[in-house]
Structure formats: structure tokens, C-alpha cells
Write a protein of this length. Structure first.
Ligand SMILES: NC(=O)c1ccc[n+]([C@@H]2O[C@H](COP(=O)([O-])OP(=O)(O)OC[C@H]3O[C@@H](n4cnc5c(N)ncnc54)[C@H](O)[C@@H]3O)[C@@H](O)[C@H]2O)c1
Ligand SMILES: O=C(O)C[C@H](O)C(=O)O
Length: 343
């Protein structure tokens, strides 16, 4: 049947002044996105869900946790943002939450306590990530997957192996979320230079733990103002930002609100890519051939299939080259640990 172009004008009422205005009929609106948050009832999951509810690109939000999510969903469902929220809980419902999702953000798993390293969480969190990754492969293989769960450096490799086992691994679609390192770098540099942190752009490459976090001050925009000692002290603060929060929260978890903010920024960048309207490059931990480490965070431009362009290593000064070398040695071990776990 030949389809005629619909010229119908739909009148809608402005919620502020009550005047009628011409609106786009719903069948002509551009398709927007279903995002699933796994581990949604947790410290990061709840504020992330809240931020995603307010993003106009998200039309369906699926919240899943092993803990009940019904009350949390009811709460979100009263928001007049135009995003429909659906709740799922228990291991059996994870697949339904994931089904048809354009983006799956995985934040399920244990956070660390003072004195623990992120690596300490591996045994608990690796099976959770492996299961979620396998379900994405089986039920929504086109989805872009952001892994927030620690230790990111190792569990992203776990997810990749789980997807390979299902025969559905696409390296353009799997990301370890390292945006919090970028957010911290921009904030600490902005404060130091007494400028708005939102005006700062700096690539933070490597991984997401201690010395694997490599902020590239030589490429900071606007150019960084400060001496070598000053750079060293801010680098150290970015690398230990997570420890700073873990210590301050004193056995009540790790970064949740700043992480939710960072994850919402990252999810928004992925959605802009899916729409074919990418913003500036964002760093994330992805399969990479830029160094000897099979995974590395570098600046990426997103597109309809995930990574449209991996910009690879930025230009590095001598100090940054040394830092990257240390990072790559550690990352190779973390990735091997993840791969071995899935053998
Ligand atoms: N990538 C980063 O920059 C970054 C930053 C902060 C925290 N993290 C990590 O994110 C993870 C979550 O942190 P949090 O503070 O939200 O922890 P949390 O304990 O508050 O929340 C985790 C949630 O995951 C749920 N969960 C556990 N197993 C699950 C499963 N099998 N299926 C579904 N849900 C499950 C729990 O019920 C809980 O609600 C931790 O591993 C933490 O280390 C990463
Ligand atoms: O430090 C942690 O354990 C959480 C997270 O990785 C962070 O950087 O804040």
C-alpha cells in the first residue's frame, strides 16, 4: 500500500500558559531510546535513573535489581518528563529489562570499603557482569553496554569474553565507563585555574584504578596553567579521587552521586551518537590496539553503531609517556585476569 505523507496538525495545550499550539503527531516524532539500568536500586543506580528520567532522549527506562524495584519505579513514574519507567527485579527478570534496550548501563555489584582495592571486588562482581553481558548478547545484541561495576579494568574483559561465548561480541558496543575520572580532572583543574570546570576539556586515558588513570595535561583545553609540582599533585588527586570518597563515606559505600552524574553524561553522549549527532569525543575503556594492553581508555566519537572513531593516543609529553607505560603494564594483568576467569 502506498503511504501518504500525513499532513495532520495536532493541537496540544501548553502546560504553562494553557494556549493551544501545533505539535508533532506522535507517529512523526523521531524514535528515541530505551535505556536499561542494571543494579538500579543501588547507590549509583537510583540517581542515575533519576537523571536519565530527565533526559529527553530517553523515552523508556527499565530499572532492574536483585532487590525489589517496585516502590522506586512508582516514585519515578510520577515524574512528568515523558519517559516511561518499567521495573524488574530478581535474576529471572534481568533479561526482560534488557530486551530491546538501545543502551544497557551495568552498575550491579559491590562497592569497596576503606582499605580495599577495586581489584578486591573481582570475585564478587565478575559473575554479575558476566551474566548481564551474556543476557545482552542473547536478548539485545545491538545494545551499547556501559560497565560501571568495579574493577572496570578487569570486568570489561569478562564481559567481552561472555559476549564472545554467545557469538555476539562487537567491540564497538562495549565500554568501561571511565567518565568519572574525566569529570574529576575537569573539576580539579577548573578549581585550580579558577575557571568554570565545564569549560575544561582533558583526555584521561588508560584505565580506572590508581596509576592506570592517566590524565593528559599536555592536551588540556584551555592550556593548563601551573608548574610540574602542581600537575603532579592534581594527577595524584585524580588517581586517588575514588579513595578520597570511600574514606569520607566511612564504610557507607563509594562515589555514587558524582558517578551517576558522570554515567548520565556518558549515556547522553552514546545517545547523541546513536542519533547521528555526536558531541565532542568522550573517553571510555574499550578494546584497543593503541598499546600492548588489549583494552584502553582513549577519546572516542560515537555513532549509530557505537564507536564511530577511536581517536587513539593523544600526543603525549615525556612524563605522560612514562605514566602510560606503568598503566599499560598493570592493565595487561587486569585484562588477563578477566579473560582467564572466563576460560
Ligand atoms: N566506574 C566507576 O567510575 C565507578 C564509580 C563508582 C562506583 N563504581 C562501582 O559501581 C558498583 C556499584 O556501586 P554502588 O555504590 O551503586 O553499589 P550499591 O551496593 O549501592 O548498589 C549496587 C546494586 O547492585 C545490585 N545487585 C547486586 N547484584 C546484582 C545482580 N546480580 N543483578 C542485579 N543487581 C544486582 C544490589 O542489589 C545493589 O542495589 C560498584 O562495583 C562500585 O565499585 C564504579
Ligand atoms: O573508588 C571506588 O571504589 C569507586 C569508583 O571507582 C571511584 O573512582 O570513585
Amino acid at each position: 500500500m502506498l503511504r501518504r505523507k500525513c499532513k495532520a496538525a495536532v493541537m496540544a495545550q501548553c502546560r504553562h500558559c494553557w494556549r493551544l499550539y501545533q505539535a508533532t503527531p506522535s507517529h512523526m516524532q523521531t524514535r528515541q531510546f530505551k535505556v536499561a539500568v542494571i543494579g538500579a536500586a543501588g547507590g549509583i543506580g537510583q540517581p542515575l535513573a533519576l537523571l536519565l528520567m530527565t533526559n529527553k532522549l530517553v523515552t523508556e527506562l527499565a530499572v532492574h535489581d536483585i532487590e525489589p524495584t517496585t516502590g522506586f519505579r512508582k516514585d519515578l513514574s510520577h515524574m512528568d518528563t515523558g519517559c516511561q519507567v518499567k521495573a524488574y527485579f530478581g535474576s529471572d527478570q534481568m533479561k526482560t529489562a534488557i530486551k530491546g534496550a538501545d543502551i544497557v548501563m551495568i552498575t550491579a555489584g559491590m562497592p569497596r570499603k576503606p582499605g580495599q582495592t577495586r581489584d578486591f571486588l573481582f570475585d564478587t562482581n565478575a559473575p554479575i557482569v558476566a551474566k548481564a553481558a551474556a543476557l545482552v548478547s542473547e536478548h539485545s545484541s545491538h545494545a551499547l553496554v556501559g560497565i560501571i561495576t568495579n574493577p572496570v579494568n578487569a570486568v570489561v574483559a569478562v564481559a567481552a569474553e561472555a559476549m564472545k561465548k554467545c557469538g555476539r561480541y562487537d567491540p564497538r558496543r562495549l565500554f568501561g565507563v571511565t567518565t568519572l575520572d574525566v569529570v574529576r580532572a575537569e573539576k580539579f583543574i577548573g578549581d585550580h585555574m579558577e575557571i568554570n570546570p565545564r569549560k575544561v576539556r582533558i583526555p584521561v586515558i588508560g584505565g580506572h584504578a590508581g596509576t592506570t588513570i592517566v590524565p593528559i595535561f599536555s592536551q588540556c583545553q584551555p592550556p593548563f596553567e601551573g608548574d610540574k609540582e602542581c600537575i603532579e599533585s592534581i594527577v595524584k588527586r585524580i588517581q586517588t579521587g575514588g579513595d578520597e570518597v570511600v574514606k569520607a563515606k566511612a564504610f557507607k559505600g563509594s562515589a555514587t552521586l558524582s558517578m551517576a552524574y558522570a554515567a548520565a553524561r556518558f549515556t547522553n553522549a552514546l545517545m547523541r551518537g546513536l542519533k547521528g549527532e555526536p558531541g565532542p569525543p568522550e573517553c571510555a575503556y574499550v578494546e584497543s590496539d593503541a598499546t600492548d594492553s588489549p583494552f584502553l581508555s582513549t577519546p572516542l566519537t560515537f555513532g549509530p553503531k557505537g564507536i564511530a572513531k577511536n581517536h587513539g593516543l593523544p600526543e603525549l609529553d615525556e612524563r605522560e609517556k612514562q605514566q602510560l607505560k606503568v598503566a599499560v603494564d598493570a592493565l595487561k594483568k587486569s585484562v588477563s585476569k578477566g579473560v582467564k576467569y572466563m576460560e
